[in-house]
Write a protein that binds this ligand. Structure first.
Ligand code: ATP
Ligand code: MG
Length: 653
């Protein structure tokens, strides 16, 4: 990518639809218009004020940002606190009986935890972990499904000051072993099995395999969930219920320095080997509480549902730490969105009168594919804010969400951020920013995102290039665990003095940000840099299409040619006629240069376990290469099927 002809990304699509906040919403919003300008006037002051107002400190910090050794920034560095004191203890007097979590099991069982009950359970488990020898600074791996004990385990670790490393329960034993070994974890917390679409995922069996390869593991703690047969290794393994039984419900929270490690979390691995992202205490808590409050417009009586898995950063920041510190009532669901029926989520929203719902574009595209009748069968009028995260949202998917879930008038917040950023970075504020379908709109107050060319110069409005963040921010990653050089190399070396997230973006004439996918996926077509996102969105804007992925494959004529992989909506047929129609549709909506050379119809696309499309595998398939790293791939069978199909892909020019 050093070739200077490739310094910017083409801007092909335009969007005219604008949805301003209603007056009713705007007057009651937590974030009012003007907040961006106020924060920009004194960005350090803005973050300082958030940290002082939102955190209960054991010792107030005297300094906001230490930037003496970039890119190893420190925030609030002489402050002292415990994150769980902020999530639990401080709510007891004012709202101990308020529900912290409404939990719904996949088989239909439910549990409810008030703030007081959560506090007591966290303390019991913290006492149990200490009994097993867990001390401040020890790393604890957590390999679980979406059950309340997952959140409890994280909080118990944070209370002790033992950094956790949550590994998504859909990962294999190898992936778990890699992550345990990288963090040198002492304990792994798991469960006998996890429910997924009516069957049991054998988490304990996997954890046994991983533990056997990991000499640092001293204990395995097992929550009973599915009553599956498991082998308990004498002296090493202990049942969660035995460990917490009879323990004190009091546990003095460890006094943590603002910059002590809170957790390690590996990125979802879309582009290759996952990175162990390090987050610390106070800056992270400042970032997640501030964004949670302003972006979702959280009020005391909201019923808030982030439908991500806690195994990803979205769940860490917006199921556990942000909402609990803000004293919010949350919904937590264990299972699959289509189990037992394709309306499971809509049923839950109706049952619990959910007011705020946060999900991923991949899920929205699945809902579109399944059909409109599923949400239509439920009363979703309790909803007042909708959110998305994880990938660029295609404008048509945004419109579908707006109409079919949002009743045509609820604000949608398309939030751009990463495991590395810890908290939302580019996003609408629902009462203050008019939205455009497919745009993440503007930097969050206090954040300085920009779009630059290869030399780091700001690209004028209307153009595309590399997304960068120009200043440090409180919830930023501090390093890659055990690999500070990789931290500097990956994020801070591409351009002098700015953070480089690896994504492309453009800004329109009004200054709105549009995320354009990964910089590494950008296609070079006849001398033009074309983003995957715009071509995919053009395909998705056709009525027959639910989801699309494109890659640039080697082509003798044009350097690269666009190869498209398309999933149709229920009832549509991928024949030759549709193929031609789609190619013409792309040409007429964003230009002939973006016309896919080949289109393969497929029922599914290769995705990471967090549901993101893995374009690098599609590129391997298109170029008939050996597949790259597939450890984070969720659906290996699709790749096999595609590999045989793409040889016969139509190529009519
Ligand atoms: P790896 O870094 O290992 O390849 P990953 O990038 O998929 O994995 P995450 O941290 O889960 O791991 O994902 C962050 C990325 O997701 C962002 O860099 C961006 O590419 C994409 N993303 C997240 N939210 C949005 C959004 N609202 N719009 C566009 N892209 C988004
Ligand atoms: Mg990434």
């Amino acid at each position: 990518m050093s070739d200077s002809s490739r310094q910017a990304i083409e801007n092909l699509s335009t969007e005219d639809r604008v949805f301003p906040p209603s007056d009713e919403f705007a007057v009651q919003a937590n974030a009012k218009s003007g907040i961006h300008e106020q924060a920009e006037d004194d960005w350090l002051g803005f973050w300082e004020q958030q940290a002082r107002n939102r955190i209960t400190w054991f010792k107030e910090p005297t300094e906001v940002l230490d930037d003496s050794n970039p890119p190893f920034f420190k925030w609030f560095k002489d402050g002292e606190l415990n994150v769980t004191y902020n999530c639990l203890d401080r709510h007891l007097d004012t709202q101990g009986d308020k529900v912290a979590y409404h939990w719904i099991g996949e088989p239909g069982d439910t549990r409810t935890f008030t703030y007081r009950e959560l506090y007591e359970e966290v303390n019991r488990f913290a006492n149990g972990l200490v009994e097993l020898g867990v001390k401040k600074g020890d790393r604890v791996a957590i390999y679980m499904g979406m059950i309340p004990e997952l959140s409890i385990a994280m909080l118990a670790c944070a209370r002790i000051g033992a950094p956790h490393s949550v590994v998504f329960g859909g990962f294999s034993s190898d992936a778990l072993a890699d992550r345990i070994q990288d963090a040198e974890a002492k304990v792994v917390i798991t469960q006998d099995g996890a429910w997924r679409r009516g069957s049991v995922v054998p988490l304990k069996v996997n954890a046994d395999v991983s533990a056997a390869q990991s000499p640092t593991i001293e204990h395995v703690v097992v929550v009973k969930r599915t009553d599956s047969e498991v082998t308990m290794t004498e002296g090493r393994d202990v049942w969660y219920h035995d460990l917490v039984d009879g323990r004190s419900t009091e546990f003095e929270p460890a006094v943590m320095n603002a910059e002590d490690l809170l957790y390690i979390l590996y990125t979802s691995g879309t582009t290759g080997k996952p990175k162990g992202i390090v987050h610390t205490q106070a800056g992270y808590l400042t970032g997640v509480t501030t964004t949670h409050s302003y972006v979702f417009d959280i009020k005391p009586d909201d019923v808030y549902w982030c439908a991500a898995d806690i195994g990803w950063v979205t769940g860490h920041s917006y199921i556990v730490y942000g909402p609990l510190a803000n004293g919010t009532t949350g919904v937590m669901y264990e299972g699959a969105p289509d189990w037992p029926g394709k309306d499971r989520l809509w049923q839950i929203i109706e049952d619990y009168q959910v007011t705020i719902f946060y999900t991923a574009p991949t899920a929205i595209r699945a809902f579109m594919k399944w059909g409109d009748e599923f949400p239509a069968g439920h009363n979703l009028t309790s909803l007042r804010v909708l959110g998305t995260v994880g990938e660029p949202i295609n404008p048509e998917a945004w419109m579908w969400y707006h109409e079919h879930i949002g009743g045509g008038d609820r604000p949608i917040v398309d939030t751009w951020w990463q495991t590395e950023t810890g908290a939302i970075m580019i996003t609408p504020l629902p009462g203050a920013v008019p939205t455009k379908p497919g745009s993440a709109t503007f930097s969050f107050p206090g954040i300085a995102a920009d779009v630059v060319d290869e030399e780091g110069n700001t690209v004028p409005l209307g153009g595309g290039g590399f997304l960068v963040i120009r200043r440090p921010w409180p919830s930023m990653l501090r390093t890659i665990y055990g690999d500070p050089d990789r931290y500097v190399q990956t994020y801070w070396s591409r351009m002098e003095g700015v953070y480089f997230p690896g994504d492309g973006a453009k800004r329109d004439e009004d200054g709105y940000f549009w995320l354009l996918g990964r910089v590494d996926d950008v296609m070079l077509i006849a001398g033009h840099n074309i983003s995957t996102t715009e071509v995919e969105s053009a395909l998705v804007s056709h009525r027959a299409v639910a989801e699309a992925a494109v890659v640039g494959r080697k082509d003798e004529l044009t350097g690269q040619a666009i190869a498209a992989f398309v999933t149709l909506r229920a009832g549509e047929i991928g024949d030759d006629k549709l193929l031609h129609e789609l190619r013409d549709h792309v040409a007429s909506s964003i230009g002939p240069i973006a016309k896919p050379k080949s289109i393969v119809f497929t029922d599914d696309l290769p995705k990471t376990r967090s549901g993101k499309i893995m374009r690098r595998l599609l590129k391997d398939i298109s170029e008939e290469r050996q597949l790259g790293d597939v450890t984070t791939l969720a659906n290996a069978d699709v790749v096999q099927a595609l590999a045989s199909m793409s040889q016969t892909a139509t190529d009519d020019e």
